[in-house]
Design a protein around this ligand. Structure first.
Ligand SMILES: [Zn+2]
Length: 324
């Protein structure tokens, strides 16, 4: 049931709250992004200041059609958060964000219904309605960037779980004695396979291989540098990409066994290296997933860095469609 029961000529505003930027976009019922705006996140100002930024962004992107033509707003936010209650529990990257009733505040200020979702889940909703997962009943979206997040569509519904905390995919343990994760546990998937982990692995590796092409690139080395050097044939970079692909494969095999999706979609900054990573992930999945799970395609996100923005608008459309 991912055909939105809204006319194509209706509008919603999606907001994507990030640690560096607050972005907003006006989106129509076909998922077309009609206007966009962004502000640097007012970290020092705290939650009310950032909600004020959201309010002004909503006004700005709605200008072309008029705010009264925008019946609902969706917000994608880092978590953990309680989407059903509309409350952000905490955002580790934003000081002062503890138990913030974002939906209550913002809907009061805007005079419109506001829906909140975890950014990974919201990006999955974006890809489900308007991107690579269109028309599917079961699919998993994984975003691999600073951390790893994502969302699961199961049996045609967004998997929410208790307090809507499901799909913290990055915190499944993939190596019990592995490196420490931001969450405090050892060996989380994101501690081994995020863009942050790839960059850290690269910086450690060049110390051992000062003659590599990678060592000559500008510090601080990031995952993007690794993909560039690998594409140019640097052996060390190719080894790092192979390691990254294998760890992504480990997590994806788990996701296949857990959710049995028809498709796995990969987004986030690390997906810039998708062409290099895909054959390695594929090989790992084809070797380690149980045979009935092996034929599942693994593709790159269709909406790119806009999955969350478009997804937040899709969340707003969904909330309208669910109204009696
Ligand atoms: Zn963790």
């Amino acid at each position: 049931m991912n055909v939105l029961a809204v006319p194509e000529a209706s509008f919603a505003v999606g907001i994507d709250l990030g640690g560096t930027q607050v972005r907003a976009a006006l989106v129509d019922g076909k998922g077309t992004l009609l206007a966009r705006a962004a502000l640097p996140t007012d970290k020092a100002g705290g939650p009310k200041a950032v909600l004020g930024q959201m309010q002004s962004l909503v006004h700005e992107v709605s200008r072309s059609v008029g705010l009264d033509k925008v019946p609902a707003v969706g917000v994608a936010s880092p978590g953990p958060l309680d989407a059903r209650a509309g409350v952000i529990l905490t955002i580790p990257t934003l000081p002062g964000w503890v138990d913030i009733p974002l939906v209550e505040w913002l809907s009061d200020w805007l005079g419109k219904p506001v829906t909140l979702g975890n950014d990974g889940v919201v990006a999955a909703v974006g890809e489900w309605h308007f991107g690579a997962g269109r028309g599917l009943q079961d699919f998993v979206y994984v975003t691999v960037s600073t951390g790893i997040g994502g969302g699961v569509i199961a049996d045609g519904r967004v998997l929410q779980g208790r307090r809507s905390l499901a799909s913290h995919l990055g915190h499944m343990t993939v190596e019990a004695s592995g490196p420490l994760c931001q969450c405090g546990n050892p060996g989380c998937w994101e501690a081994l396979a995020s863009g942050t982990a790839l960059g850290a692995n690269a910086r450690a590796a060049v110390l051992q291989h000062p003659a590599s092409r990678l060592a000559a690139l500008t510090e601080p080395l990031t995952g993007q540098h690794v993909f560039e050097a690998a594409a140019q044939g640097d052996a060390l970079a190719q080894e790092l990409v192979a390691n990254e692909g294998r760890w992504l494969g480990v997590g994806i095999v788990n996701l296949l066994h857990l959710y049995s999706p028809e498709l796995v979609v990969i987004g986030g900054g690390v997906s810039h290296g998708f062409e290099l990573l895909h054959p390695i992930i594929r090989q790992h999945v084809d070797s380690y997933a149980m045979p009935p799970f092996r034929s599942v395609p693994i593709v790159r996100a269709a909406l790119g860095s806009d999955s969350g923005l478009v997804g937040a608008a899709a969340l707003a459309f969904m909330s309208l469609a669910e109204q009696p």
